[in-house]
Every structure is written in structure tokens, then in C-alpha cells.
Design a protein around this ligand. Structure first.
Ligand code: SF4
Length: 349
């Protein structure tokens, strides 16, 4: 199983892997489910697992297994209930997770990588490139640590924080298996959303591997030329082929795809852009989520004017496109992904 450093994070083990581990240590298989269940409860040490024999727990600890959760290195709380946390793992890697309250329940946006190599020009997470991938266990640990920090249940997970999930595909699939497991956190697959910047091979594979998980694709532009200006990955994954892959996804899974569109003042928020976008997505199983861009200091982009966002939405609606404008949460804290991590390092952005 993949490990990211010298300590072996037990959150990264599936029940089956734990069964192998405990039987190798001379114990009965059912101990694996007990340990898995305790981890989902959010314990941070083996010694809190009261119904597991001490000799097994000591053996695990002696072999370098670790049950701790990441440290909350910095926490920002918004008046609207949003909580943003900079979590630090044992190797010093720092990532951000955001807890949000919606009418339908509490949600967390988690990171899948430390940094990102996709280079989107409006994003702070990519400014120092990719430091390393997160393991599936480290993604699960973000949910557990945030639940502990807020004292609130979390019923929805969005993988839309730092990193490109399909650049770390296998570990994202591992995370989904871990959090969905009935013996653990038991989160429904339909309560999980994975958001990609348009990595086409990932979209195709995801339709096979996780057809019940929601998929969101960040478009942020209605055509190739404009998309390339803000998203360098678009040079590799062209617009037409991307739309083909998205269509195939909806046909294969029968699931609606969400297109994320960050509205940036004077860049992609014109009426012409709205009409062109509508032409791209009209008539098939899609939903467009308009996101007023969170401004990132050091980047030249500004948030869309409210009247332009309204006009953009109306153009889509008139053409029968399902569209929402995302409620801006946490606007009184550093809501844009990657900003907290850079501030923490006292880097200039
Ligand atoms: S928007 Fe997402 S994919 Fe693009 S650079 Fe930021 S973290 Fe990476």
C-alpha cells in the first residue's frame, strides 16, 4: 500500500489490507473491522481502541503504524459558519480543507495533492507547483480532523481543494473506497463529488470505476482559445475532445455532469461568452455552476460584477441550461484555495 513517508498511516488501509496485517500479527480477522471502525470515529491513537487487545495495538505501534490525524496549523472561521483549516501532516506538508454549511447539510472541500502542477492562472494552489500527492488515507484524515475541529457531522465531500484529483487518480479511488466502506465512515457515493480541470483520460476511467460518484469539470471558458489563457492544461486536453469525453460520461453513467465556471471580471463573463457556453451544453444532461471568482492577491483577476453574473445566468436559463450561481461562503476569510498555505509560509502573493 502506498505510504508517503517513514510513518505508516493506518488510515490508508482498507479493511482487507488490515485483515492481512492483523492475521500476520497472529490475530483474528475481525480485529481489522474493529480498528477500521475506531479510525472512522476519529480516534487519534491506538490506545483509544478499547475493545482491541493491547498486544495487537502495541505490535502495530512497534511496527511503525500511526493513527494520528493531521495537526490544525491554522484555522479561520467565517461569520457564516465556514471553517478553513491549514492541516499539517507529519512530514510538514500543508494542505487546506474547507468546511461549509448548506441547506442540504454540511460539506467539506478536501485537497488531493500538496500543491498542484496544473498551472491555472487564477489559482494560488499552483504557484509553487506540486510538492507531493496525498494518500487516500490523508484525504480521509482531512474529513475526520475537520469533523473533530468543528464538532459537526459532515455528510458531503467535494474533492476540489488543492490539487488535480485525476493527477492522483489511484489514491482518489482509494479514498472513495475508504470513506464509502460500511464498516467505517459509510458515506454514500452520491454524496461525493470529484472535480477535475479536464483531465480526459481520468474522466473516461472514472466513468468505469466510480459511476455513482458525482463528477464536476472546471470549464471556466466557452472555447479553446480563452480556456488556454487561464488553464494551461487545456493545451493538452482540447475543448472538443473534452466535451466528447463529458458526453460519453453522461451516456455511460446516466449521471448529470456539472460544469464549473468561475466568472472573472472582463475575462470570461460577457454575454457572448454566455451564449457560446450555452451552445456547447444545451440539450444534454448537464448543470452549470457559476462561481464568482475568489480574488487571489498577486493574481490580476477580479471578481465578476453582480449584474454581469446575473446577465450571464439569464442567457443560459433562456436557452434551457440548468444553472446555479454558487453562494459565496467564507468571503471574510481567505476562501480562495491555496492562499492560507502561502500566507503561512510568509510568501508574497
Ligand atoms: S484550479 Fe485546481 S487544477 Fe487548477 S491549479 Fe488550482 S488546484 Fe490545480
Amino acid at each position: 500500500m502506498p505510504q508517503t513517508e517513514n510513518v505508516k498511516d493506518i488510515h490508508n488501509c482498507t479493511v482487507e489490507e488490515l485483515e492481512v496485517l492483523v492475521t500476520e500479527l497472529g490475530e483474528k480477522k475481525f480485529r481489522a473491522k474493529q480498528i477500521f471502525g475506531w479510525l472512522a470515529k476519529g480516534v487519534e491513537s491506538f490506545y483509544e481502541m478499547h475493545n482491541v487487545p493491547m498486544r495487537l495495538l502495541v505490535s502495530l505501534a512497534d511496527r511503525g503504524w500511526y493513527a494520528g490525524l493531521p495537526e490544525a496549523a491554522q484555522v479561520q472561521r467565517s461569520a457564516d459558519g465556514t471553517v478553513k483549516c491549514l492541516f499539517r501532516f507529519t512530514d510538514g506538508a500543508e494542505i487546506e480543507s474547507v468546511f461549509m454549511k448548506y441547506e442540504y447539510g454540511n460539506s467539506i472541500c478536501i485537497s488531493s495533492q500538496v500543491g498542484c502542477r496544473m498551472g491555472c492562472t487564477f489559482c494560488a494552489s499552483t504557484m509553487d507547483g506540486l510538492e507531493r500527492n496525498l494518500s487516500g488515507g490523508e484525504m480521509l484524515a482531512q474529513v475526520l480532523a475537520m469533523r473533530k475541529l468543528t464538532g459537526e457531522d459532515i455528510g458531503h465531500v467535494v474533492i476540489m481543494g488543492m490539487g488535480e484529483p485525476f493527477d492522483n487518480y489511484d489514491e482518489v479511488i482509494r479514498f472513495i473506497r475508504l470513506i464509502n466502506d460500511r464498516d467505517g465512515y459509510d458515506l454514500g457515493l452520491r454524496n461525493i463529488t470529484v472535480s477535475t480541470c479536464g483531465v480526459i483520460p481520468g474522466i473516461r476511467k472514472f466513468a468505469e470505476d466510480a459511476p455513482q460518484v458525482n463528477l464536476a469539470v472546471s470549464l471556466h471558458a466557452p472555447n479553446q482559445e480563452l480556456r488556454e489563457r487561464t488553464m494551461p492544461a487545456a493545451r493538452k486536453y482540447g475543448y472538443d475532445e473534452l466535451m466528447d469525453a463529458c458526453r460519453e460520461y453522461t451516456e455511460k453513467t446516466g449521471r448529470r455532469i456539472t460544469f464549473e465556471y468561475a466568472l472573472i471580471d472582463g475575462v470570461n463573463d460577457s454575454e457572448e461568452c454566455a451564449k457560446e457556453l450555452a451552445g456547447r451544453v444545451m440539450g444534454w444532461l448537464t448543470h452549470v455552476n457559476l462561481i464568482p471568482l475568489n480574488e487571489v492577491s498577486g493574481r490580476d483577476y477580479r471578481k465578476v460584477q453582480p449584474e454581469n453574473a446575473r446577465r450571464f445566468r439569464e442567457v443560459l436559463e433562456r436557452r434551457g441550461v440548468a444553472v446555479t450561481v454558487r453562494r459565496t461562503l467564507g468571503s471574510d476569510i481567505d476562501a480562495a484555495c491555496g492562499q492560507l498555505r502561502r500566507k503561512k509560509d510568509h510568501k508574497q502573493i
